[in-house]
Ligand binder design. Structure first.
Ligand SMILES: Nc1ncnc2c1ncn2[C@@H]1O[C@H](COP(=O)(O)OP(=O)(O)OP(=O)(O)O)[C@@H](O)[C@H]1O
Ligand SMILES: [Mg+2]
Length: 276
């Protein structure tokens, strides 16, 4: 079942049967200021299991700030971020302890950075980069770890013979695919992505997007994807949030928002006037 269908199904389901199943993520009144400057303000939304949410908006609109607050990299000033953890059910990730948040970052969550060098260890082999994530959740058997690393390199279309190469010897697209393998090997439930295809050649972007779409569908992943690029959300996102000056100005199903934008700012964005 696609994320979109599942989201609609689960919303209907919860209406009809009083509350089950529940959202994977519930964000309520989230704000982050840098001194007097607004990063993001009063953001609220639910993300359902298997759903992919796109966040779009011009440069400086608060996309990265919001994503970093959601992923626990930045402490918001106000608001709650409730996440349905595998270990303990719904938890407010803003108020949980730092070690608990770090544990989530290794287990239930994954974070794909725009620049692969921020998400990889550049001086560790490709196999080591993938294996390290497995060891962080308790894997110990060298043979198993190497086997799973080879399997994941294959899934992101990196030849097994490159397993001992460092990412410094990889192209930009390969590094990004390795970062994705490192993130997904532990079977996260929610993946945060900040401009995952930014800075890559158009042809490389297209292949990476196809790959991501396949993995998201196959693994039933939930994801939040920040991007300038409406083609990226058109391909990957079930639902969209449009941000301007730190606030959400429009939300809806991706096709609806892109084909029939209601807010003047979204209309500009879609007509590509504001696209960078
Ligand atoms: N560390 C910081 N210190 C001060 N202000 C910041 C900081 N990070 C972001 N801001 C401000 O917060 C606002 C939102 O920035 P943010 O980086 O979230 O935007 P963005 O939508 O991700 O932009 P881009 O598309 O260019 O990446 C901007 O006005 C920015 O100047
Ligand atoms: Mg940004």
């Amino acid at each position: 079942m696609s994320g979109k269908v599942f989201a609609e199904f689960s919303q209907d389901f919860s209406k009809n049967l009083g509350g089950t199943p529940q959202p994977l993520l519930q964000v309520e009144g989230l704000s982050k200021f840098y001194g007097a400057r607004r990063g993001c303000a009063d953001v609220s939304f639910d993300l359902w299991p298997g759903e992919v949410m796109g966040i779009v908006g011009e440069s400086g609109s608060g996309k990265t700030t919001l994503l970093n607050c959601l992923a626990g990299h930045l402490a918001p000033d106000t608001g709650r971020v409730l996440f349905d953890t595998r270990a303990n059910g719904m938890q407010d990730t803003v108020t949980m302890s730092e070690p608990e948040r770090r544990m989530l970052g290794r287990t239930d969550w994954a974070f794909v950075h725009q620049h692969a060098s921020d998400g990889l260890r550049m001086n560790v082999s490709a196999g080591g980069n993938v294996g390290e994530r497995l060891m962080a959740v308790g894997a110990r058997n060298y043979g198993d770890i190497r086997e799973r690393a080879i399997d994941w390199l294959g899934r992101v279309e990196i030849a097994a013979e490159r397993i001992d190469d460092r990412p410094t010897a990889f192209s930009g697209g390969m590094r990004q695919r390795l970062q994705i393998a490192r993130n997904l090997v532990t079977g996260p439930r929610l993946v945060f992505m900040d401009e995952p295809t930014g800075g890559l050649d158009v042809s490389v972007q297209a292949r990476l997007l196809d790959l991501l779409r396949g993995l998201v569908r196959e693994m039933g992943l939930s994801a939040i994807i920040v991007t300038h690029d409406l083609a990226v959300v058109r391909l990957l996102a079930d639902r969209l949030m449009v941000m301007k000056d730190g606030q959400v100005v429009e939300t809806g199903l991706t096709d609806q928002v892109l084909d029939d934008p209601q807010h003047g700012y979204t209309q500009l964005l879609v007509s590509s006037v504001l696209q960078v």
